[in-house]
Design a protein around this ligand. Structure first.
Ligand SMILES: [Zn+2]
Length: 266
């Protein structure tokens, strides 16, 4: 990851987040979602906790969302998205026994720089008016020579330089390896399902123009290709990653059983 610019972490403004930690599984879900489209921005909510004493945000899970529109210049939330996020985190808190909140948002910048656009900064400022600790993550994907190893991530908040000028400030991010939680396993299942539903919804949406047989066949085939691409680009790597984890877990169980047998013989 490239270092972030504009790092103004000495601000004492209310809600100022100094550092963000992201759980490896939550990051994998964000990246899978971001890499699901080379042409359209995707977005979702970041779920976790705020450590008030250290002004640190801890991202434990994510909630990918359907786009309100497919204009790559204009990804934005609907008010329904925050209601869905609130219901989701309430369920998650109950099931996990941990207090979870919607603490931020993420979106992708396919084929463009990672830095927040003017519209991103304006939206972020609006979100911080409601929740001062709220922050944004941006993933720049399919941008020039960027690969999954070298792609760029930007985490940011905004601050008022003067009453009329809002500026961005970038926040350091670290990745935390953690045990595999049920809510991220659910996310692994939910993401391909969400992408399928999005494509199928677009397919069944009535067209303004009457399509001839050739155009209907073209629409059918392009939707089929899109669904196959989701299988190839999202579902298959996720399944592969889960199978690898299962193998490692089984190996660890065998090692622990061996250790237990050894200790019982002492
Ligand atoms: Zn943006």
């Amino acid at each position: 990851m490239e270092p972030l610019d504009n790092n103004i972490n000495n601000l004492t403004q209310d809600g100022n987040i100094r550092h963000v930690e992201i759980n490896l599984d939550a990051l994998a879900l964000c990246l899978n979602h971001a890499f699901s489209s080379e042409s359209e921005e995707v977005l979702g909510l970041l779920i976790g906790q705020i450590d008030e004493s250290q002004r640190k945000a801890i991202i434990k899970s994510t909630l990918p969302l359907t786009r309100s529109n497919t204009n790559s210049e204009c990804v934005e939330f609907l008010s329904d998205h925050f209601i869905v996020g609130g219901i989701h985190t309430a369920k998650l808190s109950k099931k996990s026994g941990e207090s979870m909140l919607v603490i931020g948002w993420y979106h992708s910048h396919p084929r463009k720089a990672v830095w927040p656009t003017t519209a991103d900064v304006e939206r972020q400022a609006q979100y911080q008016c409601v929740e001062p600790s709220f922050f944004g993550l941006i993933f720049s994907v399919y941008n020039g020579s960027c690969t999954i190893d070298t792609m760029n991530i930007c985490c940011f908040q905004t601050f008022k330089q003067n009453p009329d000028t809002v500026k961005r400030r970038c926040i350091d991010v670290t990745i935390q390896p953690t045990k595999f939680n049920f809510y991220n396993l659910e996310g692994y299942i939910y993401l391909p399902q969400l992408l399928w539903e999005e494509r199928l919804k677009a397919y069944i949406e009535p067209s303004n123009e009457e399509l001839d047989t050739f155009e209907i066949l073209e629409k059918d085939s392009s939707t089929t290709v899109e669904l196959i691409n989701i299988m190839n680009a999202i579902t298959r790597p996720l399944l592969w990653s889960l199978e690898e984890r299962l193998k490692i877990t089984k190996m660890r169980v065998r090692q622990l059983r061996g250790l237990r047998n050894f200790l019982e013989q002492i």
